[in-house]
Design a binder for this molecule. Structure first.
Ligand code: ZN
Ligand code: ZN
Length: 361
């Protein structure tokens, strides 16, 4: 087994500065981002990190030189013979980070498969289309791997370089007595690498927006705010995770004639004063474009709602239709014929109850 000095290629008498230099040179050379898919380089990189973990820290180096288990670094009964490859940082990262100063290999946190985000796309519908249902297309912008840099974020021909602030560790350790608190490196945000020349297409993000178009079936009877789910059409998952869903959210243009009242539709039906007072049978339009007759009871006051069963909007879940509510509107003529005026004046003279009586009770 190689000593950490051998791994870094420095003499036992090397200064801290020389050790640091050797480490930085090697870490750059074997960095996983420079050697994508090269398992040997990755192992070597971990080995280098492990060696620097010991020698880069004067206390640990002293302990190692003194023949202690400084290089193993994990305390009595811990790992015998340090092999960084055995250290699964996904499992021990927090523990080690908390106790031993949080040195971890950058870019190697085990990526956990994550489900993509759900997306929403609004769609405007005419009142009629909402009533009858329609098949239509929606366009949605999703994040996709940048085609110029293939997701690295670096301009083609360049590559991300080791972060100079954290030396590629991705974390900065701050000593607090016995323990060290580790924090993500602010310069590289924990990546361990920085991009000096960002990709011109994605400005370094590694992702680009792409427009996708889907056909969506809007069922009959949707209202404003109805959400129609397109399974798996949301944002792509990460690290092999499943994609999210796409929700098409409807916005229904108001109708001049009908408006929603929960499940039901309301339509205003003007009636004359005699019709309201004496009762009448009137015709009411249906949302389908037909007409139904409605009996207005005698004495119907203005604003009275009369229910016409099964003539409203199609129900979204389960068949059938909601009800149509006819709202009585007592129409007051703005112009009167001579005959009408005489008749109304006659009516006025007829003894009748004062409608304002109870206002002054
Ligand atoms: Zn790019
Ligand atoms: Zn950094």
């Amino acid at each position: 087994m190689k000593t950490p000095y051998e791994i870094l290629g420095v003499k036992k008498t090397a200064s801290q500065d020389e050790i640091k230099k050797a480490y930085r040179k090697l870490a750059r050379e074997y960095h996983p981002d420079r050697n994508p898919g090269d398992a040997a380089a990755e192992e070597r990189f971990k080995e280098i990190q492990g060696a620097y973990d010991t020698l880069g820290d004067e206390e640990k180096r002293k302990a190692y030189d003194a023949g202690g288990n400084g290089f193993a670094g994990f305390g009595p009964g811990g790992f015998s013979g340090f092999n960084p490859a055995d250290v699964n940082l996904g499992d021990f990262g927090d523990l080690l980070g908390g106790i031993f100063g949080g040195r971890r290999a950058p870019t190697q946190p085990r990526a956990r498969p994550e489900r993509g985000a759900d997306l929403e796309v609004p769609i405007k519908l005419s009142f009629e289309d909402a009533l009858h249902g329609i098949e239509t297309k929606v366009a949605v912008e999703v994040d996709a791997t940048c085609r110029t840099c293939h997701g690295s974020g670096a301009e083609p021909g360049t590559s991300p370089t080791l972060c100079p602030v954290c030396n590629g560790r991705g974390v900065l350790a701050e000593s607090q007595g016995l323990f060290a608190i580790s924090q993500p490196c602010p310069r590289c945000r924990g990546n361990g690498t920085v991009i000096e020349t960002p990709c011109h297409s994605c400005h370094g993000s590694g992702v680009e927006r792409r427009t996708r178009r889907y056909t969506v079936k809007i069922p009959a009877g949707v209202k404003t705010g109805t959400r129609i789910r397109l399974k798996g059409k949301g944002a792509p998952g990460e690290a092999g995770g499943p994609p999210g869903d796409l929700y098409v959210v409807t916005e229904v243009e108001p109708s001049k004639r009908f408006h929603r009242r929960g499940q039901d539709l309301v339509v205003d039906v003007p009636v004359t004063y005699p019709e309201a007072a004496l009762g009448a049978t009137v015709e009411v339009p249906t949302p389908e474009g037909g007409r139904v007759s409605l009996k207005v009871p005698a004495g119907a006051h203005d604003g009275k709602l009369l229910r016409i069963r099964g003539q409203g909007a199609p129900k979204l879940k389960g068949g059938g239709k909601s009800d149509l509510l006819a709202r009585v509107k007592v129409a007051v003529p703005s112009k009167l014929t001579k005959k009408e005026r005489e008749a109304l004046e006659e009516l006025q003279k007829t003894p009748h109850a004062d409608p304002r009586e109870e206002l002054f009770d």
